[in-house]
Design a protein around this ligand. Sequence first.
Ligand code: ADP
Ligand code: MG
Length: 232
Amino acid sequence: MKINPIIKINQMSKGYPIAGKTFMALKDLTISFKEGEFAGIVGPSGSGKTTLLNIIGSLDKPTEGQAIVLDQNISDLTHSQAAYLRNINIGFIFQVFNLLPVYTVYENVEFALLLQNYSSQERRKAVMESLDWVGLTSHANKKPDKLSGGESQRVAIARAMVKRPKILLADEPTANLDSENAHEILSTMKKLNKELKTTFLFSTHDEKVMDYLERTIHLRDGKIEKDIIKKK
Ligand code: ADP
Ligand code: MG
């Protein structure tokens, strides 16, 4: 059964204190996402994309209004409840790949499972399945410095997906990739979205990403300018 909506933002604002004043990075946003969407927050630098993804990912809290993610109100979560939500149900992919250089590809992906109660056999199965999804099975024993940018980002996707999160948040995931690698990454993510029903939410100002998105939410100065759902 579908949880609907999987993300619900209601009259939400976010302010940052700067020099004794409050700078409003997000202003009165109301928007929701259904399970299984492949959607993107689009807007110029400074429009509030990362702020919005961080709140949805329970890394930060709204100043006003609500963000309800998987039926949990982000404002009400304690530190450890927020960490639990992230550990179990939310995967993150960033512009920088953040791979640990002294560990192998396999270990980098496995790392995401070490905080949880998996047996080593269960970990092995989950890691190898995840590497298979992104086409990197044969690179399992390599160190990150032997990988291309595209391969590194695919390891980051495998690491984010290994817990089978319900939601995957990708903050400008193609910003450090050339066009060919960007397309490869996007097709991989779309495949995972279709096969595993993971909800994908991107932030981007990359045209290549926009072509793949099924919905684009345009932000400007912390406000929603338009919300476009493409016909399939
Ligand atoms: P984007 O990801 O679209 O580039 P951000 O969400 O990072 O936008 O930032 C939105 C606005 O909020 C920017 O003007 C930025 O300078 C400001 N901002 C972001 N994070 C902080 C912070 N921790 N403290 C103060 N201002 C911030
Ligand atoms: Mg940003």
